[in-house]
Design a protein around this ligand. Sequence first.
Ligand code: SF4
Length: 87
Amino acid sequence: MAEQKHICRRCLLQDMAGENDYYQSVLRYRRTLPAAKRTPDGAYAARLAACRACEQLENATCKACGCYVEMRAARLDMHCPLTRAAW
Ligand code: SF4
């Protein structure tokens, strides 16, 4: 019998820490972004809260663009692909 894959519609990589090292990549990516390009902590948290409430989020990935939302939200100049706004 095929193994059932768990799909989480409200999960970010940070919720799956321990299952993979992708979240460590997110942390490293944010740390190494120049300050002028890095979304400030408060705005970053607000972006991720919006993603958690969005129907397009599935297993930490935005179905509208295919990005890990924590990576996409990390860059100040990126936007939500649906609203075309900075979340
Ligand atoms: S980036 Fe936009 S469309 Fe994608 S999950 Fe976040 S809020 Fe939803």
